[in-house]
Every structure is written in C-alpha cells, then in structure tokens.
Design a protein. Structure first.
Length: 138
C-alpha cells in the first residue's frame, strides 16, 4: 500500500469513527451496507475493468431517518462521497453518475434500513428538453 493510499485509508477510518460517535454507528453501518451492495453487483467487463451500479437507494425506518436528518446533516452526500472513495480504491468504474438517495419507508424489514442498487442511465440535456416539453432548437 502506498503512503498516499495509507493516508487516505487513515482519514477514511477517522471519518467513520467520527460518524460512529455522532450518529450511534448507523451511518457507518449504512456505508458498510452500501459497500457490500457495490461489491455484490460488480461486473467484470474486461481484464482490469469492473463496472458497478451508479444509483443506490437507502430506505430508512422513520425513526432512523428522523435521527439522521434532524441535525441538518447531508447524509446522502456524505454516503455518496464515501462510496466514491471506496470504489476508487477498489478500481471500480461507475455505470454513470453516482447518486445515493435517502428515503423514509414504512416497510423496512429490520426496522432500520434497506439498501438497493441499480444502473441509472445518464440523461442528456437534449433528452431532458424533450421529456420536459421544452422545444429543442437546432
């Protein structure tokens, strides 16, 4: 492991330890679940090229969602940033722009959270203009 990678890992570990103290370990568990989801859905496309889903949905029980969002934190962005660093260390490529979406759910099986992933295609500006009814000018 290079010195830069070791430093990056040390910073990541400190960040996770801070989250654990502040949020009673929930975001650290969420990050672990996101990493596992990423690893479980990795697809080897060619030698040295591994693609992973780019859209992650985190469904939280109401109590957990309220606890994480009550403090005005940017949980979705923080999880996205941490997952991006993890994938970079693993050498993964995203199937498109990375996004982690956080939502409340009434039917989370373990009463805390559920994580899923998918490949969300990148929508071009032209496609957005047509979908939104904005005329496209050539």
């Amino acid at each position: 492991m290079s010195a830069l990678s070791a430093l990056e890992q040390a910073l990541e570990d400190r960040w996770e330890a801070l989250w654990a103290r502040v949020f009673d370990r929930e975001p650290v568990e969420l990050l672990d679940a996101l990493r596992q989801e990423c690893d479980n859905n990795a697809v080897i496309c060619a030698e040295g090229r591994v693609m992973v889903p780019n859209a992650y949905d985190v469904e939280l029980a109401h109590v957990v969602h309220e606890e994480l969002t009550r403090r005005g934190s940017r949980v979705g962005q923080e999880l996205t940033d941490s997952l991006a660093r993890y994938a970079q260390r693993k050498g993964y490529e995203w199937a498109g722009p990375l996004a982690v979406h956080i939502a409340k759910s009434d039917d989370v099986p373990n009463g805390r959270y559920r994580v899923g992933s998918s490949v969300m295609q990148h929508v071009s500006a032209e496609g957005f203009q047509h979908a939104g009814g904005i005329p496209h000018r050539r």
